[in-house]
Design a protein around this ligand. Structure first.
Ligand code: SF4
Ligand code: SF4
Length: 224
């Protein structure tokens, strides 16, 4: 199970700057269990964003946002509302946000940070992975995680070793993650996002909060 925590509203509103119309997605898997992206939280977020002057073109909750086939079939029925939106706000873990961004092709904002439960990471069919870093940066990277798509987990662009064919210098079998990020942002007209510079990742955010280490969910992940 992936644990998520909603980002502060100010951060979400900052990510939506310049965008009026928003479509909200939630997940009734891990995000609902985390109390961050179930139906109740989606409706709550709708109210907050409307209060901040945004127009919500629609919203939906998908059983598992890490499953691209489920996202595809649900968004098909919401095609008009999704098309009308300037962007999507996704209330779930980093895997779900990446899956939505890949399926929709639209500008996709993470509404949550994914935290570690200290146990095994889930396995799912798609290629998207999340390191549960506790401070999701997908807003700046076109919905592709630099920590997992880049062999060196670089946060500020490519290492310079990308091959002419666009492959990673560490693993010739894989596409350079930063090439994919660049292409995604270019397609979205959002290359300016690359101006954001990051300090080294704060690894203390990857440590499960103390309260969580006393919870049943923590014990379950640890197999205790
Ligand atoms: S930036 Fe990557 S590792 Fe961190 S929460 Fe987002 S998807 Fe997960
Ligand atoms: S070639 Fe690309 S994916 Fe590989 S380490 Fe360098 S930036 Fe990361």
């Amino acid at each position: 199970m992936l644990l998520s925590q909603q980002k502060p509203l100010e951060e979400i509103l900052r990510s939506l700057e310049g965008e009026l119309k928003v479509f909200i997605l939630g997940c009734s898997g891990c995000a609902e269990a985390s109390g961050t992206g179930g139906k109740a939280q989606v409706l709550e977020m709708k109210g907050k964003l409307e209060g901040a002057g945004k127009k919500i073109t629609g919203h939906t909750v998908v059983d598992f946002l890490c499953q691209k086939a489920l996202i595809q079939s649900r968004l098909r029925g919401k095609a008009r509302e999704v098309k009308e939106a300037d962007s999507l706000l996704v209330l779930t873990c980093g895997v779900g946000v990446q899956a939505v961004a890949a399926v929709s092709g639209k500008i996709t904002h993470p509404g949550c940070n994914t935290l570690s439960l200290g146990g095994m990471r889930g396995e799912w069919q798609g290629s998207e992975r999340c390191q549960e870093c506790g401070d999701c940066v997908l807003d700046y990277t076109g919905g592709i995680c630099p920590l997992t798509a880049c062999s060196k987990s670089l946060l500020n662009g490519a290492c310079g070793g990308t091959t002419k064919e666009g492959k990673c210098e560490v693993d010739a079998e894989m596409e350079c993650g930063w090439k994919l990020i660049y292409e995604r942002l270019e397609k979205q007209g959002k290359l300016d996002k690359l101006r954001q510079m990051y300090d080294a990742k704060d690894h203390s955010k990857m440590i499960p909060p103390k309260g969580l280490r006393l919870s049943d969910r923590w014990a379950l992940e640890q197999g205790k």
